[in-house]
Design a protein around this ligand. Structure first.
Ligand SMILES: *[C@@H]1O[C@H](CO)[C@@H](O)[C@H](O)[C@H]1NC(C)=O
Ligand SMILES: *[C@@H]1O[C@H](CO)[C@@H](O)[C@H](O)[C@H]1NC(C)=O
Ligand SMILES: *[C@@H]1O[C@H](CO)[C@@H](O)[C@H](O)[C@H]1NC(C)=O
Ligand SMILES: *[C@@H]1O[C@H](CO)[C@@H](O)[C@H](O)[C@H]1NC(C)=O
Ligand SMILES: *[C@@H]1O[C@H](CO)[C@@H](O)[C@H](O)[C@H]1NC(C)=O
Ligand SMILES: *[C@@H]1O[C@H](CO)[C@@H](O)[C@H](O)[C@H]1NC(C)=O
Ligand SMILES: *[C@@H]1O[C@H](CO)[C@@H](O)[C@H](O)[C@H]1NC(C)=O
Length: 373
């Protein structure tokens, strides 16, 4: 929408990455991430530690031209016939490291997008003046400086996004009340567990599913709905295109299940997966073992390359989940946002055959030819 094109661009003072010197059990670790791209090499942490960053603290610093990191949130309406959804991405990412960002020397953009209940899309972007992230156990907050936008966690399962950006025409809140426990690529967060989803891609999923409430105004129109909410973080100190061939990711809620899937290929043709199923606010199955989940497009054009048309759905097979395995089908896809050959995001329905629910998903296909088999 044209009236959202106004960008708030401000250049920050070159503050260094600072971790407070007296960060004990009782005080927060404070990370100041300056707006400009930083020189030098960046270091990423891919091993979970509850005392050093935990699920949602920053994992990579400084933000150089080869570094990406973002905090991603979405909510999809669970009301039949309501097309509302919301996506918010808070970046600390240099554009050369991630193909979906416009060129800039600044690393702290925020992208918001969604649909009104009738399916009409809206979007808004801004550039913050650096970001400050405070971490004290599961209590975490991220303030994107001078943008009016922030997110915070008051506990492991309670998140709040606050938006006060009248110049963009957006004000309001989104609350997430988690109904499925956090996980890492291979299972529950335990000290020493890997956070690597791909050879050089970190991933934590603080909120696999939540009862979420969206309540804000977009350019004078109310956007108010309840739905299934989700929040994760991913990061790397090498650009995405240097190691990813393609991937399928998504999450959904159907019957008693909250599920999150990931099935991707690296440039060597090696498949990397993550399966997650929760019921009654407990993890009932989680694994990153190859074969623990298989996600395939309908029709089955796999692996996808840049020229492969978008599928009409997906099959998700989790053979060892819940005594006897679970099979899901994603269908009734609605393509969201602007078409791109490299990336597509969809909302859809998720079916077990017996129950029908909602799904929110994406695919990347970044190479012109398939990787070696
Ligand atoms: C980052 O990359 C951009 C575009 O390639 C370049 O203009 C800029 O000088 C680089 N910044 C640093 C700190 O290397
Ligand atoms: C960054 O890493 C490269 C490759 O390891 C090395 O050649 C270079 O000197 C490093 N640069 C800095 C500023 O540390
Ligand atoms: C959809 O709803 C929005 C928000 O209420 C409104 O601005 C827009 O005109 C509607 N679009 C259609 C096609 O009815
Ligand atoms: C936040 O903005 C203020 C000025 O408005 C600036 O002094 C401060 O350095 C910024 N913080 C970061 C992390 O860039
Ligand atoms: C990476 O980030 C995207 C947000 O663009 C998110 O949808 C996805 O779950 C993440 N996946 C992994 C495996 O990092
Ligand atoms: C591909 O394989 C080579 C050789 O085993 C290895 O060095 C490289 O890290 C692999 N790349 C990826 C993206 O896994
Ligand atoms: C697509 O929608 C139809 C009509 O609501 C439903 O019967 C079908 O199960 C849906 N497909 C999936 C895969 O959920």
């Amino acid at each position: 929408m044209g009236r959202f094109s106004a960008f708030l661009v401000q250049v920050a003072v070159g503050l260094q990455w600072v971790q407070s010197a007296h960060a004990g059990a009782s005080s927060a670790h404070v990370f100041n991430i300056p707006a400009p791209v930083q020189p030098g090499n960046s270091t990423a942490n891919y091993v979970f530690s509850s005392s050093s960053g935990g699920i949602d603290g920053p994992k990579v610093a400084p933000i150089t031209n080869s570094t990406f990191q973002w905090w991603y949130f979405d909510v999809v309406s669970t009301e039949p016939g309501d097309h509302s959804y919301f996506v918010g991405v808070f970046y600390t990412t240099a554009p050369p490291a991630f193909p979906l960002l416009s060129a800039s020397d600044l690393v702290t953009p925020i992208h918001l997008s969604g649909a009104y209940s009738n399916g009409t899309l809206w979007s808004a972007s801004t550039m913050a003046n650096g970001a400050t992230i405070s971490v004290k156990g599961d209590t975490v907050s991220g303030v994107w400086n001078d943008s009016g936008m922030s997110w915070s966690a008051s506990s492991a399962s309670q998140y709040l996004i606050t938006i006060d950006a009248p110049t963009l025409g957006i004000t309001g809140t989104i609350t997430f009340n988690g109904i499925a426990p956090a996980h890492l690529p291979c299972g529950a967060p335990t000290n020493g567990a890997t956070m690597l989803q791909f050879p050089q891609l970190g991933w934590t999923n603080a909120i696999p599913d939540a009862d979420a409430v969206v309540d804000f105004q977009v350019n004078g129109e109310s956007v108010v709905f309840k739905g299934s909410g989700y929040h994760d973080q991913n990061w790397s100190n090498v650009p995405l295109v240097t190691h990813v061939q393609s991937w399928y990711w998504g999450h959904g809620r159907v019957g008693p299940y909250s599920i999150v899937w990931f099935d991707g290929l690296d440039l060597n043709g090696t498949e990397h997966v993550s399966a997650y199923v929760a019921q009654d606010n407990k993890i009932s199955f989680a694994s990153c073992t190859l074969g623990s989940i298989q996600v395939r497009p309908i029709p089955d054009a796999y692996p996808p390359v840049v020229s492969t048309p978008n599928p009409t759905g997906y099959t998700i097979d989790i053979p060892d989940a819940c005594d006897g395995g679970l099979k899901f089908e994603v269908g009734n896809l609605t393509l969201l946002g602007s078409p791109s050959d490299l990336y597509a995001r969809f909302s859809g329905s998720l079916s077990t055959g017996k129950h029908q629910g909602v799904a929110f998903l994406e695919q990347f296909k970044l190479t012109a030819t398939a990787p070696p088999a």
